[in-house]
Design a protein around this ligand. Structure first.
Ligand code: G
Ligand code: G
Ligand code: MN
Length: 399
């Protein structure tokens, strides 16, 4: 069998591939005509393809045997498109797109089968795990939509304290989804789905509104505690979609202005990698927030591709050192050198520093001695529901 083909010319009549074979290549016709046909009792020509058309891609997409035979009708120049290329393109496509592609392809294959054999059975489906994953993502999205209207989304608050004197300075809001019948869904999971479905926009606004209201309530409760009088800030995580969506920054500012908090008491945490997607656009969005008085923090600092080149262009108030650096702090000298350098860099650029993920007293002491202003972590407190947070603060002020 002459299962050609180089990227060169083939003569008229050349068999390029035959129905039923395994496929390893698709082809773009640069010159000439190619006939696509199916065998069987009544062999049929499905199509005559010409310059600029692509064929042989189906087997590469779904890994099934060739669904038809391809033959050069005239002298042709063919450009091979390799399986590796197609696979790498598919890998970066999102799951739903891949499923849609495979479903459509499955239907096309069954149509071909009907051409060949009118009695052919229905069969073939997207039987891999991708479909299951997409279905579970879609139901997650539907449920999340409902959760927005009910009270399934809970806010937890993790204290951020000033290292100099241990005073409670702010609270980071972390959302928890108590999904009906399914227990807690981790934020990494539902935030991703919310981003993919754009639910992150209404969700983000709701969380911000509730976070501002909660801070006002919490403060009025803490007012009675002598040692906790300074105004607190509330830190809310914001995702890329929120920052980049048209008019969304305006929406977020409306939420803040409608709350009882001055904008200076609201801090939006933005993950480092988000800023590098589109630095000029991120900078414009951040400028709009900063001009309104809102504080901005760069979150998980050191985990993305830190472009130090861009850092000074963003109106950042706070740098949050990722907890992986805090983890390594007591392990070796290098760990300490890196944190010292990050703190110096932040201060040089006029930012305050929050160290995240503090779990040991030793780490806290070291950070305090090395000019880090704020600390957050399990050593101080886990993220807590509102009631527990009030209890935590009350107990602490009594000590
Ligand atoms: O607390 P936990 O480990 O479950 O949180 C995981 C991550 O989810 C956090 O790092 C945080 O960035 C993200 N996250 C939690 N709550 C929110 C939220 O309300 N909005 C956004 N965009 N991200 C959140
Ligand atoms: O990405 P972001 O910095 O917003 O993530 C905060 C996350 O870190 C939350 O999921 C929170 O539960 C978690 N976290 C907070 N303090 C600690 C800590 O001391 N140790 C660990 N392992 N995780 C922490
Ligand atoms: Mn954060």
């Amino acid at each position: 069998m002459q299962n050609v083909i180089p990227s060169e010319d083939v003569d008229a009549g050349t068999l390029i591939f035959r129905e039923g074979e395994a496929g390893d290549c698709a082809y773009l016709i640069q010159r000439g005509r190619v006939e696509i046909s199916v065998d069987g009792d009544d062999s049929q020509v499905l199509a005559i393809l010409r310059e600029g058309e692509l064929f042989g891609e189906m087997a590469l997409i779904d890994g099934e045997p060739r669904s038809a035979t391809a033959r050069a009708v005239s002298e042709c120049t063919l450009l091979p498109v390799t399986q590796t290329l197609i696979e790498s393109k598919l890998k970066t496509a999102d799951a739903l797109t891949r499923v849609l592609l495979k479903l459509a392809l499955g239907r096309l294959r069954r149509m071909h089968a009907h051409h060949r054999d009118a009695n052919s059975e229905e069969g073939g489906s997207v039987h891999d795990q991708t479909l299951q994953r997409v279905v579970s993502e879609l139901t997650l999205a539907t449920d999340l939509h409902k959760a927005l209207e009910s009270d399934e989304l809970e806010l937890h608050f993790q204290p951020i304290v000033r290292l100099a004197d241990g005073a409670l300075s702010g609270l980071e809001v972390l959302s928890r989804w108590n999904r009906a019948g399914a227990g807690y869904v981790p934020p990494q999971e539902f935030i991703t789905v919310a981003e993919e479905t754009n639910l992150i926009l209404p969700l983000g606004r709701q969380l911000l509104r509730r976070a501002c209201a909660a801070l006002t309530r919490i403060e009025s409760q803490l007012m009675s505690l002598e040692s906790e009088t300074a105004p607190l800030f509330v830190a809310v995580n914001v995702s890329a979609r929120q920052l980049y969506a048209d008019n969304e920054v305006g929406e977020l500012l409306d939420v803040i202005h409608a709350s009882d908090l001055p904008p200076e008491r609201v801090k939006l945490e933005i993950t480092e990698s988000v800023l590098l997607d589109d630095p000029p656009k991120a900078a414009a969005a951040m400028r709009q927030l900063a001009d309104a008085g809102v504080r901005l923090a760069i979150d998980d600092f050191g985990t993305g591709y830190s472009s130090l080149n861009y850092l000074h262009r963003f109106p950042l108030h706070t740098l949050k050192i990722d907890r992986s650096f805090v983890d390594n702090l007591m392990l070796n000298d290098a760990g300490q050198s890196i944190v010292r350098a990050i703190v110096a860099l932040a201060h040089e650029l006029g930012m305050q520093v929050v160290a995240e993920g503090i779990e040991q007293a030793q780490q806290q002491k070291w950070l305090s001695q090395h000019n880090c202003e704020f600390a957050q972590g399990y050593l101080i407190s886990r993220p807590l529901p509102e009631d527990d947070l009030i209890r935590w603060a009350t107990k602490r002020s009594a000590e």
